[in-house]
Design a protein around this ligand. Structure first.
Ligand code: FCB
Length: 466
């Protein structure tokens, strides 16, 4: 029995396909805590969050939502909501602390217990291998701008495939390599906080290579039923006007924001215009023969994380920028409309546009929304309830957009709501709450927000009711 035991008897007006997967998503560093337990060593986020001024309030993931110790309770919450799939990430420094050599049994055991608990609850495990927590030792050796890090990643993928390959339904190699490469090594607002356009482009290439090598390792090691995927935060780029210069600004951001990954992974090539745009930064000679073939190793689906659109015009913006030189030609304009607590515009059309584009550009590639959701300033009222009508409105609008895209021919197989729990929101620390479950970080008490009950109802109905 699902959905808080109150299965509605009416069916949805906007019904999703019967096989549609209804998930929630989290990431290891954002929820686990237990940062120094059972052999885990620091990741780049442990280091970065200790640099004064990098994370709001000096917050770290040391304790986070204490999920490492409360995993069973958290799976039980999902079970009560009727969640069909759970997307979590594996902390590389928990299972292979130095990024080299043998795995740590206790680290593997945690993820074994999690996967077993999910399967017992009838929830499909969807594991992401890399959600930004590189072992610090690998960063000290050069990090993602170095090719060796991609080799290390493939080895780690092999460790996880042998440990959990028989039980995990879908393996996602990387989460949002754009953020990891361009925010981590370009603008420096994410770990490891470097500010070099060259380093960000090298990192982007090594992410493509790491993805391809890991996909090969996974395909070879996993049973035929397991799926291999990649999650990208594709930018829904809109030119501010029809002027040729604005359209060219959008093309530049599409190249360095989207096609830098889409073209290698799905077409085995780098975009010509990206090579031209970045010629003053690099000649891309770090791309070796055969790399792009590796990057384009076939995968089973593409994960898309979407929050809001990106509106651009000709102009320029200030650095340090994540755009590898495009900032000299492009300015970013605020999209109109309401905003979330992140100050991100609420615009579900952007999600529809993205899905329609992928339907046309990548025919035959199944799509999964691996993240979508919103932060609002939620609080528990005196009776202990958490009312979050804005989040419900955001989710409803975005699910409606997904439904419309499916009706219009996009092959969207599932939706993972970000996030199950309030958590450590990277540079914003605990100041932003994305969960459908409220976490009181002083007591670690979990409380369903109204949006959790609403989502349970959507899942039980198989879609949205009017
Ligand atoms: C995405 C990240 C995820 C979360 C959301 C709000 O970029 O993948 O971890 O922080 O943003």
């Amino acid at each position: 029995m699902t959905a808080l035991d109150a299965r509605p008897d009416t069916r949805a007006n906007l019904r999703f396909p019967d096989a549609f997967r209804w998930g929630t998503a989290t990431a290891a560093y954002q929820i686990e805590g237990a940062a120094a337990e059972d052999g885990r060593t620091p990741s780049i986020w442990d280091t970065f969050s200790r640099v004064p001024g990098k994370v709001r309030n000096g917050d770290t993931g040391d304790i986070a939502a204490d999920h490492y110790h409360r995993m069973r309770e958290d799976v039980a919450l999902m079970s009560r909501l009727g969640i069909t799939d759970y997307r979590f990430s594996i902390a590389w420094p928990r299972v292979q602390p130095t990024g080299r050599g043998p795995a740590v049994q206790k680290g593997l055991d945690f993820y074994r217990r999690l996967v077993d608990e999910l399967l017992t609850a009838g929830i499909r495990p969807v594991a992401t291998l890399y959600h930004w927590d590189l072992p610090q030792e690998l960063e000290d050796a050069g990090g993602w701008p170095q090719r060796e890090t991609a080799r290390r990643f493939a080895e780690y993928a092999g460790i996880m495939a042998s440990a959990l390959g028989d039980r995990v339904a879908t393996w996602t190699t990387l989460n949002e390599p754009w953020c990891a490469a361009f925010l981590g090594y370009g603008s420096g607002v994410h770990a490891p906080g470097r500010t070099s356009a060259l380093a960000s482009l090298r990192a982007a290439h090594h992410f493509n290579l790491a993805h391809g090598w890991a996909a090969q390792v996974l395909h070879a090691a996993l049973p035929g039923s397991a799926e291999v995927s990649l999650t990208l935060n594709l930018h829904a780029v809109r030119p501010h006007s029809d002027a040729a210069a604005d359209i060219d600004a959008a093309r530049r951001i599409d190249a360095v924001g989207n096609r830098v990954f889409l073209d290698p992974v799905f077409h085995g090539r780098l975009p010509e215009d990206l090579l031209t745009d970045t010629a003053s930064v690099t000649d891309w000679s770090f791309v070796q023969d055969g790399d792009l073939e590796v990057a384009s190793t076939p995968i089973d689906s593409l994960g898309i994380n979407y929050y809001s659109p990106t509106v651009v015009a000709a102009g320029s913006c200030e650095g340090p920028s994540p755009w590898a030189g495009a900032e000299e030609h492009v300015q970013f304009l605020p999209a109109p409309g309401p905003r979330t607590a992140m100050d991100w515009p609420v615009d579900a059309d952007g999600l529809y546009e993205l899905l329609a584009r992928l339907r046309d550009d990548l025919p035959g590639v199944p799509l999964v929304i691996t993240e979508n959701g919103a932060a609002y300033d939620d609080y528990a009222d005196p009776s202990g309830e958490v009312h979050d009508p804005e989040r419900v409105a955001y989710l409803r609008a975005h699910l409606t957009a997904v439904h419309r895209a499916i009706e219009d021919g996009a092959d969207v197989r599932g939706y993972f709501l970000w996030s199950l729990l309030d958590n450590f929101e990277w540079a914003y620390g605990y100041s932003k709450r994305f969960g459908i479950v409220h976490v009181d970080f002083a007591t670690q008490r979990r409380t369903f927000k109204d949006s959790a009950r609403w989502y349970a109802d959507v899942i039980a109905r198989g879609g949205l009711s009017a």
